[in-house]
Design a protein around this ligand. Sequence first.
Ligand code: AMP
Ligand code: GLY
Length: 420
Amino acid sequence: MNILVVGGGGREHAIAYSLSKSPLINKLIVAPGNPGIETFAKCYPIAAEDIGGQCKLAKNIKADIVFIGPEIPLVLGLKNKLSEIGINAFGPSKEAAQLEGSKTFSRNFCKRYNIPQPNFKYCSDLKTAKDQIELLNGYCVVKADGLAAGKGVVVCDTVNEAINASTQMLEDNKFGDAGKSILIEERITGIEASLFAVSDGETAILLGTAQDHKRANDNDQGPNTGGMGAISPAPALNEELNKNIFNNIIMPTINGMRSDGIPYEGILYAGVMLTDQGPKVIEFNCRFGDPETQVVLPRLSTDLVDIIQNTVTNNLENTSIDLIDNTAITVVIASKGYPGTFTKGIELPSLNKFDKRKNIIIFHSGTAKNDNEDLISSGGRVLSVTAIGDNVQDCRQKAYDIVEEINWDKGFFRSDIGKL
Ligand code: AMP
Ligand code: GLY
């Protein structure tokens, strides 16, 4: 089978790595890919958002399935465009991807289907926003409706803070069109966890769970990032909670989307908060998480190609998914300054010596090669060091030993990933 993976970060490295283990693969192509992926798959320098370019490539390489990694091409409708030229894609359609692409769509959808979530108010003008903020005494969450590269959510303690955030979005155009309308949400409390389900529109199966570490610094301090590390399974979840979330959040979402005429196919990422009143939806994402994929997929013992093939042919009913009963932890090494400004193009130490290390995988998140073919940094998050082990302690030890050995002094990392 010929598979094209769209994307070029740590998540796509982990996806391609899993796919590459399958005996069903004939050609594995990734666009744009990265130097880590290049060691085992052919990469083409086509941006993930270049819908026309990706369709052309998929056709040229005679792709049987296109696995769309990031949210932007999904929200832009890459699946729909591929379908027009007769190519199957793993991932939701443009319409279904609104579950991530529009927070208003997602909240209204959950409300209609009684899926547990915080109360919210839609605001397209500052007056409505201010009234709602005052009603909540400023203890609220302000969210830009559209995609804002993970920066469109401001968790507020005071009226002033919330009004400032709303003003920046609604009047100062901080996130462009994505912030033209906003939500003011009730601020709920509890431990957060992420669940990853795969669906063909009808059947859904839980693929795994993880806990992300979103703040830049130890002890959840500092600014929000895309994720500085993750652990799988999510320590806060257990069989019973997984069942509860599957039955009360995931299945009602899949069923609701189908009844609305927009069946949801692909990965459904449910970010939940475990509150005193039970699990509630914080957000839905329409794809795998980054860096969560770097801990979820290495624990999968079922062939990923089988799973995606059964999804695109609406045959998930006959698929069983097995996870290895172990733990995985990934520690992200980021450029100093991230998520603010940082310098790109800094040389990285050679990583070849880690290739043969057992139960260690170094995923590339933001790397490139310079004219001399040296490995350099090219993004905020640069590497994602995954360790697989029998327990949390064992994984932490292994992952941090490697991070110390890489010893990249232009980067930083959190030292408490997976710490219980
Ligand atoms: P998101 O970008 O939607 O994942 O939001 C980023 C973070 O904001 C989440 O991981 C939560 O910690 C927090 N958050 C979002 N919505 C709420 C809410 N309604 N109540 C409390 N915290 C929230
Ligand atoms: N790590 C959070 C995300 O992928 O959205």
